[in-house]
Ligand binder design. Structure first.
Ligand code: ZN
Length: 306
């Protein structure tokens, strides 16, 4: 009887603590991977975008509205990354906890030094980076800022586990600092190298690791490549000696290969989301390992050998 009672109490306590867990929704898998580390088993986490999806154009499923309706916290990238798909879902969710300005609405870019912020907002030509470049999380220094930011938000909404969230963010920061030494060393031989990207989502990565990722197959972020623009890129690649083209999983590798053929370049599959391409792992650290390894290997490959 006593044993039965103990079991019953344990079951009830487990059920109670499970229901008390913070319900967290992250828009993209990179933010989710950091939230998972910070949350350390004390949160219930849902990610909206798949790792193979373009974060600017996520397929907004009706089920997202129910997920947002139940959320205690919404973690979004900010800087208009999700402007094309998230606002109607937020409206449909009718959830004041995650409404703009509420403690449960976390804009991850807060505190991050944004790059390419234009002096005037101009979306007239379909430029999806009109509020500055929103792809800041591939700089590990920014991942540290975001982890701290997430820890503070979680702590405010769940004071009982505030210490744990802070400790997890600190541990994540320490792990990034340790990895950074190796990552910097692997890319050090290629300082100043020119790399071509399909979409302009790499300025933070380039700045951190001293690479010039400054030629793009898209004429403007979100605008598909035209033959005239690609011809220009080919000429510039030859001038700069650029031999690596990086492509995210949701963009056309075929277009990149056409350009690569004309320039003796190599196409490298990259991702900003763990699990976005084969070998990119399941965590932020594994994804960064993959990026550093695949890009440094391509840069080390002599021309005409691929
Ligand atoms: Zn973009």
């Amino acid at each position: 009887m006593k044993q039965l009672l103990t079991t019953l109490i344990t079951v009830l306590l487990t059920a109670f603590s499970a229901s008390a867990k913070l319900n967290v929704v992250a828009t993209t898998p990179d933010i989710a991977s950091i939230a998972e580390v910070v949350g350390g088993g004390e949160i219930r986490l849902t990610t909206l975008a798949r790792p193979t999806e373009d974060p600017h154009f996520v397929d907004a499923k009706p089920s997202f509205i129910a997920k947002l309706n139940r959320a205690d916290v919404l973690l979004q990238g900010g800087a208009e990354l999700e402007i094309g798909w998230l606002p109607p879902l937020m409206q449909g969710s009718r959830n004041t906890k995650i409404a703009a300005g509420a403690p449960g609405n976390v804009q991850c870019n807060a505190g991050v030094t944004m790059l390419e912020v234009p002096s005037t907002l101009d979306r007239s030509q379909g430029d999806v980076h009109a509020a500055g470049n929103p792809h800041f999380l591939v700089d590990p220094e920014n991942a540290k800022i975001v982890a701290q930011h997430i820890a503070s938000a979680f702590a405010q909404l769940d004071r009982e586990h505030a210490g744990l969230y802070q400790a997890n963010a600190t541990q994540f920061t320490k792990a990034l600092d340790d990895h950074m030494v190796t990552w910097k060393a692997k890319l050090a031989p290629f300082q100043g190298a020119h790399i071509v990207a399909y979409h302009n989502s790499w300025p933070y990565f380039g700045k951190r690791f001293d690479l010039n990722i400054d030629l793009f197959l898209e004429p403007k972020p979100g605008i598909p490549p035209s033959p005239a623009h690609l011809a220009n890129v080919i000429t510039q690649m030859k001038d700069e000696g650029a031999r690596v083209i990086i492509v995210d999983p949701y963009l056309s590798r075929k277009t990149a290969e056409t350009v690569a053929k004309a320039t003796d370049a190599e196409v490298v599959n990259v991702t900003q989301f763990p699990g976005g391409v084969k070998g990119s792992g399941k965590t932020y650290l594994e994804m960064m390992d993959y990026l550093i390894d695949s890009i440094s290997t391509a840069l080390a490959t002599p021309p005409n050998s691929n």
